[in-house]
Design a protein around this ligand. Structure first.
Ligand SMILES: [Zn+2]
Length: 85
């Protein structure tokens, strides 16, 4: 758990979405858009993004330009390669 969010803009607080360890593309729901779309009677507040495997995370913009932080889950079982023979 990281709790060192010192700088937090009042209006553009980034959302955090987790994706699978081996996912290179994702579809996410922007909660800010979901609130707007629900009010206006729409239900399609998802957006698609792409995160290459060498990146652990990134910040994306939804179709309305809201910031969404995407973080990759820890890959399972990476310690076997480091085992001494
Ligand atoms: Zn949005």
């Amino acid at each position: 758990m990281r709790s060192s969010r010192i700088w937090q803009p009042p209006d553009v607080s980034a959302q955090l979405i987790g994706i699978a360890a081996l996912a290179t593309s994702f579809t996410a729901v922007c909660e800010r858009c979901a609130a707007i779309d629900a009010r206006d009677g729409w239900s399609g507040s998802t957006f698609a993004g792409r995160l290459d495997l060498d990146l652990a995370g990134g910040v994306f913009l939804c179709r309305r330009g809201h910031q969404v932080r995407v973080e990759r889950a820890e890959p399972p079982g990476q310690t076997e390669l480091a085992a001494a023979s």
